[in-house]
Design a protein around this ligand. Sequence first.
Ligand code: SF4
Length: 351
Amino acid sequence: MSAEPVLTISGLNVDYGTDKDAVHALRDIDLTLHRGEVLGLAGESGSGKSTLAYAVTRLLSPPGVITGGEVHYHRPGGDRVDILSLAPHRLRAFRWQELSIVFQGAMNSLNPVHTVHSQLTDVLAAHRPELRKRQRTDRAKELLSLVGISADRLAAYPHQLSGGMRQRVMIAMALALEPEIVIMDEPTTALDVVMQRQILRRLVQLREQLNFSVVFITHDISLLIEFSDRIAIMYGGRIVEEAGAAEIYRDPRHPYSDGLLHSFPALHGPRRELTGIPGSPPHLSAMPTGCAFHPRCGKAFVPCAAEIPVLTPPPAEPGRAVACHLHAPGRGAPRPGQQGVPGQVAPGPAR
Ligand code: SF4
C-alpha cells in the first residue's frame, strides 16, 4: 500500500428529496483511499454506506441528490479527475475502466438469460472494441481463472452456478478492464462464512497481484478487521471513527465502534463478551440532535444532545480520527454525574 491517494472525497453531502421534507443521508464525508489499500466501511443498515458508494460512482437514483462536496480520482501519473463533473460519455468510460463496483446479490446483478461468456465479453466489447472475438473469449477465460473458476463454466447461465461462483463472476467482471479502484458493496453478505472467507482471501491475493484499491462495505466489522488496512465507521450518515484496522480492533475510541466490535464474535484472539448496542439506528427523517448516537450511548454526557461532534484526530495520534465529545481536544472526560445511560438523554427534534 502506498501513501498516494487514488480517491479523495471532501465534504460530500447527499439528500433524499429536494423539498422541505428532504432527509440528509450523508453529511460532511471526508475520506481518502490510498493506492493499493483495502478501506473498509462499516455501520448498521441505514448508516449511509451504500449511499456513499452510489454517490461516488454517480449511480444515485432519484430522489437521491448530491447537494455538496467533491470527489476526485487520481490517475497513476498524478492527473486528477473530478468525478462529480464528468460528462455522461466520459463517465461511462470511467466506470469499469478506472473504477468498478460489485453489488450485493450477484443473482440480481447478472442477467439470468445470458451465459457467463456473453456477460463477460459484453463488458470487453463495449470498452475494448479493438479486441477480436477470440481475444475477448481468451480474456474471459483468463478472468474466470483469476477468481478460481474453471473455463468450462463460461457456457453456464447464472442459475447453474452456486452463490459463491456467481459472486466470483461479478468480481471477475469488475476486474475485466483492470480498474484502479473496486468498490464492493456487501459482496459476500448472502454467502456462508466459509465461502465469504474464501472469496475475500482471493480478493486480497488479487489486490496484491494487480495492485488495485478496494472500498469494502459491510455491516460485519469482523470481516473488515481481517481483510482491511483501514476502517471508517459510519453512523447516521456521518463518519464517526477512522483508523487502521488493528487500531480499531485493539482500541476503538468511539462508543459506537466499541459497540459494533462487541456485537460480533471474534474469529481470532481472545474471546470477547458480546454485548450488542441497545436501541435501533435512527431514522433519517428523525435524526437526533447533537451526536446522532446519543440516545443509544452509555457514555453520553452534557454536550452530546446539543452539539454535533466533529471528526478530529485525538492529540498525538495522526492517522486516526474520532467524532466524539469524549475525545474532543480540550474538552476532557465528563465529571461524575454528567454522564448518562442509553435512553436518558432524550433525542431532540429532527434536524
Ligand atoms: Fe456518546 Fe457523546 Fe461520544 Fe456521541 S459524542 S458517542 S453521545 S459520548
